[in-house]
Design a protein around this ligand. Structure first.
Ligand SMILES: [Zn+2]
Length: 105
């Protein structure tokens, strides 16, 4: 088989606005309440034994803010990187890139 074009799952025209509130998880940092335009690639997921959360890490204050997953397209949710707090079971299963993203948590 010969690949003619590398697959690209990204949704170039998708974006959403969200405020950094630190909503959703036990937060060690104080959220800055800045407002952001999020695109495909900014969305991250966190997995617990009960459920999966989607959200973003604020570039300013590094808080993780959970988003309403209903507002995030399925394609974005399926391919987004996972983050986890260091020391958790999930952290060990992350890729090196995902561990790097998780550093600020
Ligand atoms: Zn923030």
């Amino acid at each position: 088989m010969e690949r003619l074009e590398k697959g690209n799952y990204k949704l170039p025209n998708w974006s959403m606005e969200a405020r950094c509130t630190g909503n959703g998880w036990g937060q060690k940092k104080k959220p800055c309440y800045g407002k952001w335009k999020l695109e495909d690639g900014d969305i991250l997921k966190r997995v617990t034994s009960e459920t999966t959360y989607y959200g973003f890490i604020c570039p300013d204050c590094h808080c993780f803010t959970e988003l309403d997953s209903e507002k995030i397209p399925l394609e974005v949710r399926e391919y987004c990187p996972q983050v986890a707090a260091r020391g958790s079971d999930h952290y060990e299963k992350l890729t090196d890139e995902e561990k790097k993203l998780s550093e600020v948590l």
